[in-house]
Design a protein around this ligand. Sequence first.
Ligand code: NAD
Length: 477
Amino acid sequence: MSTQFFGHIIDNEEVESISGERFDVWNPWTQEVFAQAAEGGAEDAERAIASARKAFDEGPWPRMTHPERAAAIHKLADLMEERADELATLDSTNMAKPFAQAKHDVGRSVANFRFFADHQRDHTGEVYPMPSGHHTYSEFGPAGVVAAISPWNFPLMMATWKIAPAIAWGNTCIIKPSEDTPASVTLLGRLAVEAGFPPGVLNVLNGHGAPAGSTLTADDRVDRVTFTGSSVTGKAVMASASTHLAPVSLELGGKGANIVFDDADMDNAVYWAVEAIFRNSGQICLAGSRLYVQSGIYDEFMERFVAAAEALTIGDPFDPEVAFSSLASKKHFDKVSGYLEDVEEQGGTVLTGGVDEEGRWLVRPTILTDLPLDSRQYCEEIFGPVCVVNRFETEAEAIHLANDTRYGLNAMLFTENLSRAHRVSSHLRAGTVWVNCFFIRDLRTPFGGVGDSGVGREGGNFSREFFTEPKAVVMQI
Ligand code: NAD
């Protein structure tokens, strides 16, 4: 029996859908429904857009000074810190994310708000006195209404990565969280009301991709569409936004290469290889799902990598000892386990892992080798705890293998040779390269992907350029 309800938050009111329809919200660890959420229809999306539009056209938010907006956003961040356990509990319950990881995500979500609150205050424009005697300056005014659509793998963190720069730069926003994970984002919307945000600045629209998300992207009252999700949906979002020429920012799928050279610090490389593919049960767009190990250390590395994967404590996400839990939904469990059905048939070998035998929606940390380079396990984004390993001989071979994919979100490399670190980084076709680490971010730097991994970059000034209408003013003096 469900006990909680997550409504839409429109105009600072938490409301049911106009149709009264709701959908079930699951706890994938217990395999029970723990809540219900409002099922957004086209008319609810229209309502949210009308609210955001009015708040932008007539409300105080876009007209506030930069420090005023910074103060309002820091207040929301303060409330999130006070309620961090509650936010993390919702993500852990809703998608079986180990609680310590969910707490870490809340910290990063708070940092998203604080960073963009300060960034918009401190980067308001540039001034250039011209040698011709003119004086020119740039202005970064808000773009308007932003539709933000987020996935279920980092329910709170991915949503805040979009909301924070959007509202910081004076826009009003409608966030549509994934239908699989509406809980933490709805609480965030409640906190924005508590923080005193004017009505319509942050609306939360719950519901499925269609009609809730697709109504947002198609509406010409929406000025920007920022989307994180799969490459297939990203293409549909871009097509829909193009009908009214709304600029899009797309952060899509990945098939990250992780290259370990013979001269790597072995302890560090094993630690990060495990983090890169098994953290969040592998449900990370940036996962190191293709691992390439140089032949000189292959046997030793693989022995240690397999042992470390098998040592992960699996179980209840609220058990503090647990580092690895079930997948986020039954639907996703079916997808990931489907990739393990024909591994041997394709000539592959399962070194460790496989589908849980106790009926949980869980795939154990899985390491595969010997798969052909055209197998679906090697080429496609599995988005689960499944690592496909290959051996390589030379640096050139590693670069070729790493780049031989339609994706290009990120790559990792492990080496103690500084020249090689720089050389290989510059040859990798990826939006982010991590050298001797993984998942560390500085919010000033660009974030995004190449090819099927996305369009555009966000972060620091890249977010400023996307979420504003930059203007040049030239004066003769
Ligand atoms: P998804 O594409 O199925 O859904 C993402 C969001 O889009 C959801 O909110 C969904 O309701 C909505 N949606 C679906 N159809 C829509 C439509 N026609 N119009 C508008 N909205 C629509 O993705 P998912 O399964 O939730 O997330 C997993 C994917 O996200 C993976 O491919 C992963 O790599 C990717 N991802 C990328 C990044 C990144 O930063 N590049 C980060 C996290 C996840």
